[in-house]
Design a protein around this ligand. Structure first.
Ligand code: GDP
Length: 143
């Protein structure tokens, strides 16, 4: 296994419900270290750019509306196998299919309002981290 980095977003609905600490706790308890964190309120244009791959999908307007409704927390997580580990902790995209104990299974309200985002591959992790953080914002953890 390799040490990887991945982008996590604690989405607006989860921030509004005061779930930041609960979710970060799950990451820290499962071997993921936070090496960058910020609160962001995206504009329409920024949200459209971040989710550009979904531009043609029917749910795109609803997704952009949700991601711009209030601030969210963007995190860079680092650890062994961080991309897959984070996605295991998140659970599947649709919360109704997510097991209890996963973040989406415990807190997700719908496919759109599904609590968290996590990069799905090394290439997307690089792009998504760079969308929110520059190199000097990352603090690899020696301890
Ligand atoms: P993820 O990697 O599990 O977040 O899923 P995707 O990258 O495929 O989709 C990005 C986000 O778009 C998801 O987290 C959902 O918020 C939303 N989304 C994806 N598929 C659907 C869908 O079929 N319907 C709705 N309403 N939203 C969706």
């Amino acid at each position: 296994m390799a040490v990887e980095r991945t982008l996590s977003i604690i989405k607006p609905g989860a921030v509004a419900k005061n779930l930041i600490g609960n979710i970060i706790n799950r990451f820290e308890e499962h071997g993921l270290r936070i090496i960058a964190a910020r609160m962001i309120h995206l504009t329409q244009e920024q949200a459209q750019a971040f989710y550009a791959i979904h531009r043609e999908r029917p749910f795109f307007p609803e997704l952009v509306a949700y991601m711009t409704e209030s601030p969210f927390i963007a995190l860079v997580l680092e650890g062994e196998n961080a991309i897959a580990r984070n996605r295991e902790l998140m659970g599947p995209t649709d919360p109704s299919k997510a097991a209890p104990g996963t973040i989406r299974g415990d807190f997700g309200k719908s496919i759109t309002r599904n609590t968290v985002h996590g990069s799905d591959a090394p290439e997307t992790a690089v792009t998504e981290i760079a969308f929110f953080f520059s190199h000097v914002d990352l603090f690899p953890r020696a301890r």
